[in-house]
Design a binder for this molecule. Structure first.
Ligand SMILES: N[C@@H](CCC(=O)N[C@@H](CS)C(=O)NCC(=O)O)C(=O)O
Length: 235
């Protein structure tokens, strides 16, 4: 019997990093085994790690010794390792269209919505936070909600998570954790539920998915947010 060569995959990661979280979710969803090494982001990067990723950031992925960096690039690579997992295969009009839809909504979320989140955490006063929360809701309503009409429970009616949930999941987890712990205006989640019901249902399904939450440590994330908010308010 011919032996199947198993690729050697090593993920350089830090569990507190949402960008690295994307890669854990992609590997989990595609059921691809891997080794991992935690990179301490509180200390200067070692020369060994800078040789792997000269930018010093996580995630980085070694695939049979070839290094890939940037979470979106790595997640796309993992999607392409096995067809019809988190992305449909390319090469057919239906597959090509679905892949275009996926790219579109991920772009809309990160170009128009996610930066509102950073503004929200950087607010210096309650009034600024309320304005940033409203801007976040408006961006979701305008940019994302119309493209989630067929979500059930995942993007475009998928019964398993897709690249959309892989790339947005770590950020959705953080949004709802911050709301649960009273770190953002209390209007945020109810306003999303009222004005962006499809987004809200889709986000709840995403943050309840076992693969999406596999490495998520809510306590650490909440502690980090508290520190960030306190610094922004003190500045
Ligand atoms: N665009 C990068 C962002 C990665 C990133 O910012 N990682 C942070 C941790 S969440 C990092 O490694 N920061 C360390 C540093 O900048 O020195 C990606 O998508 O992979």
């Amino acid at each position: 019997m011919a032996s199947v060569e198993v690729p050697k995959i090593k993920l350089y990661t830090n569990y507190g990093c949402p960008w690295a979280g994307r890669v854990h979710i992609a590997l989990g969803a595609q059921q691809i085994p891997f080794e991992e090494e935690q990179i301490d982001l509180k200390a200067p990067r070692t020369p060994e790690y800078l040789a792997i990723n000269p930018r010093g950031k996580v995630p980085a992925l070694a695939y049979n010794g070839e290094i890939l960096t940037e979470s979106a690039v790595i997640a796309q690579f993992i999607a392409d390792l096995k067809s019809d997992g988190i992305l449909p295969a390319s090469g057919t009009p239906a597959g090509a269209l679905e892949r275009a839809r996926v790219n579109w909504i991920v772009g809309a979320y990160f170009d128009n919505v996610n930066h509102q989140w950073n503004k929200l955490l950087a607010a210096k006063t309650d009034a600024e936070a309320v304005a940033a929360a409203e801007a976040y809701v408006q961006a979701v309503v305008k940019e994302v909600e119309p493209h989630l009409q067929s979500a059930a429970p995942y993007f475009d009616g998928s019964k398993k998570i897709t690249l959309v949930e892989v790339l947005t999941g770590p950020f959705l987890l953080r949004l709802f954790s911050a709301a649960k712990h009273g770190l953002v205006p209390s209007t945020l989640v109810p306003q999303l539920a009222e004005r962006a019901p499809k987004f809200s249902a889709w986000a709840q399904a995403t943050i309840s998915n076992p693969t999406v939450i596999s490495i998520y440590n809510e306590d650490e994330v909440v502690a980090g947010f508290k520190e960030r908010i306190a610094k922004a308010r003190a500045a």
